[in-house]
Design a binder for this molecule. Structure first.
Ligand code: 13P
Length: 336
């Protein structure tokens, strides 16, 4: 077993998942302003440190994805943030792409940037304690999109990224996100997501990636947010498992879904249904941003020094998702 495989499995062992706390300063500012908290470096750290020192970090959160600002900050007890995360029994990771920009010659689509200088940035993050990384490619569904150009160019960038990350001894999270925006059907999402993921693996293989040392972070198969033809959770789970079964090579140890705009309960319920139907060897867990943080952030904003109550809310969501990652969740548990 390679070291990278061991790390990937450790992040996702026993129903553990990933806390995606890697919002860029711009995105975090929007989130904080929405709950009327000034977006200062101190406040961004205070909210994140509140989560990173919560008790569920030990049994439920196998890894935390950080943003450049946070990985360099010190916690109130003087540990660096990666040290704090490690002391809690979790593994620190880092977002390394520099964002999705307009794709030349297909102006309604995006290409993710960040390859220039990446090798040196990775060395720095490794020294700061990161053991894994994230890069997100993003695709939208319309009649013409995602285009072959967007599918190919993002897959190529994801593979070049993954190769540099493994060279630096870290586990790359490969995140091709097909967005929920639009009125497309779940069938369209299934077809497009399958095509996107299959192209990613074609490129990953071409770039000689050790597939046993990556984590795939895909979207679930959902109908578009504005679609009138919604499918139920069981159908979501069935289509999601089928898509991954036909698209992901068996060497890949684990899949950690993004929440992508689902509500907290939807994201938990769908993950649970996926695991109740999971007839593959892939671990299927979570790598949630909004679906782990929304309620905690709302509560915290009422009194940013009430650490304990905020942690209780976060601990509950983390526990519910850990149960869902093992197919052991039920609605009744939400109210206990
Ligand atoms: P959401 O779970 O809020 O979609 O965020 C996950 C993520 O890391 C997107 O890149």
């Amino acid at each position: 077993m390679s070291e990278l495989n061991t790390t990937a499995l450790k992040i996702l062992e026993n129903g553990k998942g990933i806390l995606a706390a890697d919002e860029s300063t711009g995105t975090m500012t929007k989130r904080l302003e929405a709950v009327k908290v000034p977006s200062t470096p101190e406040n961004r750290l205070l909210f994140r440190e509140t989560l990173f020192s919560a008790s569920s970090m030990t049994g439920c959160i196998g890894g935390v994805i950080l943003y450049d600002e946070t990985i360099k900050q010190k916690s109130t007890n003087k540990y660096s943030i990666p040290e704090l995360i490690s002391k809690m029994g979790s593994i620190p990771g880092i977002k390394v792409d520099t964002g999705a920009k307009v794709l030349a010659n297909s102006l309604d689509e995006k290409i993710t940037e960040g390859l220039d200088g990446l090798r040196d940035r990775l060395k720095e993050y490794y020294k700061l304690g990161a053991k894994f990384t994230k890069w997100r490619g993003v695709y939208n569904i319309t009649k013409e999109h995602p285009s072959k150009l967007a599918i190919y160019s993002n897959a190529h960038a994801l593979a070049r990224y993954a190769a540099l990350v493994q060279e630096c001894n870290m586990v790359p999270i490969v995140e091709p996100e097909v967005l929920m925006d639009g009125n497309h059907s779940a069938h369209d999402c299934f077809i497009k997501t399958s095509e996107v993921i299959q192209k990613c693996f074609e490129e990953l293989i071409l770039h000689k990636i050790d597939l046993s040392g990556i984590i795939l972070k895909p979207n679930m198969i959902l109908s578009g947010a504005e679609s009138k033809n919604k499918i139920d959770g069981k159908e979501i789970a069935k289509m999601t498992v089928e898509c991954l079964k036909i698209s992901v090579p068996t060497e890949v140890p684990g899949i950690a879904f993004l929440s992508g705009g689902q509500s907290e309960i939807e994201a938990t319920e769908n993950l649970d249904l996926i695991n109740k139907q999971n007839n593959t060897n892939f671990i299927m867990s979570f790598s949630y941003g909004r679906a782990l943080q929304q309620s905690a952030l709302k509560h915290w904003s009422k009194d940013i020094n009430n650490i304990e109550e905020t942690q209780k809310i976060f601990n509950h969501r983390a526990r519910m998702n850990t149960l869902a990652a093992q197919g052991k969740w039920s609605k009744e548990l939400e109210n206990k």
